[in-house]
Design a protein around this ligand. Structure first.
Ligand code: UTP
Length: 374
């Protein structure tokens, strides 16, 4: 991106983010979740329905791998991180896929960004596409967003090189369509898109029961959710905002709301969100488009100082701009959060150590291996 292009894009993002902050105040209420016990009761029925749909070619996968993975502090694409001795995060995801649908192959879209596209493609090639059919793997790049300082002045990360970052995981659909893949979805009769993050090494993807639940319950979108460990856990929860399905971040949810319980004694806001969604593609194709709000987020952004040297700030020094998947949910009034077992399906890798880390994910992978009797 040239500086002139970045200036233009920056003013567009600033305009969209200002509109967004103006209507930020929201009314939050609980949303009905398909609870684990009810999911388990109809599991076989759901699984059969989902498998039928997958065999008819109605499902495609979309891996969100455009993020910077800054918290992990790893220089390569996050998916290439060796989570186990001889296994990358990407490798785990393909293993999980085989656990769910064996040899069935479905179109597999991979969203990268300018920052990691080449390295991601090269890794897939080096690993022989993890045993998958390379003809079914479609890479595309998401848009980059310029970053600015607190005075809304464009930051540079090199001489005449604007500081940019991927424009958030909610940018996936417009970028997919811009890459020409909307037509492929239509042409191939793909009805459902399973959109998932790169960093959950226990993610069940192309999960027939999950798909079947959405089909059988006549819903148009769904997300896998895990019960919060305790009311103050730092995880976004599924809810309704101003009457539409949405996610409320832990810092937006007041302490009182976080502890609020229903008549059955259960927490009202307990469905912690995982980045594993199913969307009806016809709704995505017809409605998701230009008017996505843009979120202005304070970040530490490396920039070129007046002396021409790169400065790596210790504190936030400007704004990055992000479009969030959460803002897509409002197009899907028939939205189904599905509770799944945390220990079976949730091992996010955000940090190197501690909560949601390489260490915790390794333990969970090992526990799964032990449970499998391997
Ligand atoms: P995170 O919100 O964890 O962001 O992404 P991140 O960039 O990976 O990590 P940090 O915050 O810098 O440490 C959740 C999912 O969304 C994808 C990520 O790749 C991950 O799968 N994502 C995020 C994108 O594809 N593009 C983006 O612009 C942001």
């Amino acid at each position: 991106m040239t500086t002139a292009e970045a200036e233009k894009k920056l003013s567009e993002y600033l305009r969209l983010s200002d509109d967004n902050t103006a209507c930020e105040k929201s009314d939050i209420s609980p949303i009905k979740t398909l609870r684990l016990k009810d999911y388990a009761k109809k599991y076989d029925e759901y699984r059969a329905a989902g498998l039928k749909s997958i065999k008819r070619g109605e499902l495609a996968l979309l891996l969100l791998a455009g993020g910077m993975g800054t918290r992990l502090g790893f220089s390569g694409p996050k998916g290439t991180y060796p989570i186990e001795e001889d296994k990358s995060i990407f490798g785990c995801l393909f293993d999980n896929l085989r656990r769910d649908i064996g040899d069935i192959k479905v179109p597999f879209f991979v969203m990268t960004s300018d920052k990691n596209d080449q390295a991601t493609r090269a890794f897939f090639k080096e690993k022989n596409y993890f045993g998958y059919d390379p003809k079914l793997i479609y890479f595309f790049k998401q848009e980059m967003a310029p970053a600015c300082d607190f005075d809304e002045k464009l930051l540079l990360e090199g001489k005449d090189v604007p500081a940019t970052s991927p424009n958030g995981n909610g940018g996936f659909f417009t970028s997919l369509v811009k890459a020409g893949y909307g037509e492929i979805l239509k042409r191939c009769g793909v009805k459902w898109l399973n959109v998932f993050g790169v960093d959950n090494v226990l993610a069940k993807i192309a999960d027939p029961a999950f798909l079947g639940a959405v089909i059988e319950e006549h819903k148009s979108a769904a997300v896998k959710a895990v019960l919060k460990k305790d009311p103050s856990e730092n995880v976004g929860v599924v809810c309704e905002k101003n009457g539409h399905p949405s996610i409320v971040e832990y810092f937006e949810l007041g302490d009182e709301q976080a502890h609020e319980r229903g008549e059955d004694g259960e927490l009202l806001y307990s469905a912690g969100v995982t980045v594993n969604y199913l969307f009806d593609t016809s709704i995505l194709l017809n409605t998701v488009g230009q008017d996505m709000p843009v979120h202005k987020v304070k970040k530490k952004i490396p920039y070129i100082g007046e002396d021409g040297r790169l400065v790596k700030p210790e504190e936030p020094n400007g704004y990055k701009f992000e479009i969030l998947i959460t803002d897509i949910l409002k197009f899907f009034p028939d939205f189904l959060p599905v509770e799944v077992k945390r220990e079976d399906e949730f091992a996010p890798v955000k940090n190197l150590h501690g909560t949601d880390s390489v260490d915790s994910a390794r333990k969970l992978l090992e526990a799964r291996r032990n449970a499998d009797g391997d």
